[in-house]
Design a binder for this molecule. Structure first.
Ligand code: NAD
Length: 478
């Protein structure tokens, strides 16, 4: 079996231990053995980054642009192969896998442009004959920690701005899906990224992740993952005075008002709730439906949900791939059991035994639920949606906002008045009108409020806030 090592400097280095990367659509398909690093691997990566930092920090914008642009072009040229690997290791459909790969390519190309667009401020002093310049400088060595559900897009949207603004990187991808990160590392290495500017260390969160967040030479940590891990990372980084950025869970509401066009609302809710097997932090897990349209909406949703084709991610006909692993599947099935005790009715949600030996689950709708139930408070992270009936728009907004999370919030309505009011009142970082709560552009800020996010926004021009630090220089010209 092919062994995949860590990238330290410009070299692929083995630290002895490996773990199999298993295809959740068919557990007999082992994608490869991926290195399981330890403290030593993190120390080696940080040393390589330290050695590379002075030259990369001072590299011209053109040099940084050229590396990122070449990486973007290479990912795009290899989108079918990388997208297939992504679907094999994570279980999202081939169309979603290729789509995510293209998004990663676009992110690199966007930040190639941003490398050329760095600017500062020239400000007047309150004192005579003094000029003030406000400029941005790289933060230093940045540790990036990513989850399994977007194995190429999330590493890309952290690596690209980190490098564009002159930082060196140590990436620790999720141990369930290291394959795409390993491919990106190879592409960076081949596209002229100088040795040590980008380093890959794979392995367990409790070992490699922990070593990264507590390493004294790492200046900043950008993390995407669960609330519990994020909380721990924030506490550690706070204690060690590291800059930190967290993107965590969601319990995203999608409001459907009486005047919604069902031909828009139902596809938006099907996509937001079930696509990518519900394994998106922006998934619509609470469908908040006004009383007048409730029964028609439930009928249409049930019909559309039952028509979804669950199967092997690599099969062209599949719309919903498997759950990522046995642990996540068991957790989803436990929530279906909880829903049986809480909701008036549970439609679907059962484990599916298909021809391929994978972690398949039928999509589930929980009908007749209240917002205070566990199924509506806790993130399930599976193909499950709850329906909460409300009397009117005001109650819909109150229920939508009554959550510990605040990532994305959606509304389906034909009323400009209600759409406008919802955009202003939703306590979320992103608002969607007549669109799924999931599915965002790559060139604008991404992130949320409350328990969903902490620190500066990711993506688009806003990424500069996290990956740079500001310097104010005063000059007296005499
Ligand atoms: P997770 O928190 O278990 O793991 C995320 C990463 O953190 C992994 O690389 C893991 O190895 C690492 N990690 C674990 N323990 C660590 C420690 N002690 N120190 C340092 N690193 C550690 O999350 P997951 O199960 O991989 O991902 C699913 C979660 O991610 C869901 O809650 C989902 O909502 C969230 N998510 C959020 C966004 C967003 O942008 N808001 C996007 C995708 C996923």
């Amino acid at each position: 079996m092919t062994k995949h090592d860590n990238l330290i400097g410009a070299d692929w280095i083995s630290f002895g231990n490996y773990q199999d990367n298993i295809n959740p659509s068919d557990v007999s398909d082992v994608i490869g053995a991926y290195s399981y690093g330890d403290n030593e691997s993190v120390n080696a990566a940080v040393e390589a980054a330290k050695a590379a930092l002075p030259a990369w920090r001072d590299a011209t914008p053109q040099a940084r642009h050229d590396v990122l642009d070449a990486v973007g072009n290479t990912i795009a040229a290899r989108k079918d192969e990388i997208g297939r690997l992504l679907s094999r290791e994570e279980g999202k459909t081939l169309a979603e896998g290729i789509g995510e790969t293209m998004r990663a390519a676009q992110v690199f190309k966007f930040f190639a442009g941003e490398a050329l667009r760095q600017s500062g401020d020239l400000q007047a002093s309150v004192r005579p004959d003094i000029d003030i310049e406000v400029t941005r400088e790289p933060v230093g060595i940045v540790g990036l920690i990513t989850p399994w559900n977007f194995p190429i897009a999330i590493p890309a949207w952290k690596i690209a701005p980190a490098l564009a603004y002159g930082n060196c990187v140590v990436l620790k991808p999720a141990d369930l899906t290291p394959g795409c990160a390993h491919v990106i590392a190879g592409i960076l290495n081949e596209c002229g990224c100088p040795a040590g500017v980008f380093n890959l260390v794979m392995g367990r969160g409790s070992v490699v992740g922990e070593a990264l967040i507590s390493h004294p030479d790492i200046a900043a940590i950008s993390f995407t993952g669960s609330v519990a891990t994020g909380q721990h990372i924030a506490e550690t980084c706070g204690r060690l005075r590291k800059k930190v950025q967290l993107e965590m869970g969601g319990k995203n509401p999608m409001v459907v008002l009486d005047d919604a066009d069902l031909s828009v609302a139902v596809p938006a809710c099907i996509n937001g709730t079930f696509f990518s097997t519900g394994q998106r932090c922006t998934a619509s897990s609470r469908l908040i439906v006004e009383a007048g349209i409730h029964d028609a909406f439930v009928d249409e949703m049930t019909r559309a949900m039952k028509a979804l084709n669950v199967g092997n991610a690599l099969d062209q006909a599949t719309q919903i791939g498997p759950v990522v692993d046995a642990r996540q599947l068991n957790s989803n099935l436990e929530y279906v059991e909880i829903a049986r005790g809480e909701a008036d009715e549970v439609i679907g949600g059962e484990r599916l035994e298909l021809a391929d030996n994978g972690f398949y689950q039928a999509p589930a709708l929980f009908v007749g639920t209240r917002n205070d139930m566990r199924i509506n408070r806790e993130e399930i992270f599976g193909p499950c949606g709850s329906i909460i009936k409300v009397a009117d728009f005001d109650e819909a907004v109150a229920v939508a906002n009554d959550t510990d999370f605040g990532l994305s919030a959606g509304i389906c309505t034909q009323s400009l008045k209600h759409a406008r009011a919802f955009k202003r009142k939703a306590e979320a970082g992103m608002v969607m009108v007549n669109l799924p709560t999931a599915g965002v552009d790559y060139h604008v800020p991404f992130g949320g409020r409350k328990g969903s996010s902490f620190g500066a926004r990711e993506q688009g021009r806003y990424a500069v806030e996290f990956y740079t630090t500001v310097k104010t220089s005063y000059v007296y010209a005499g």
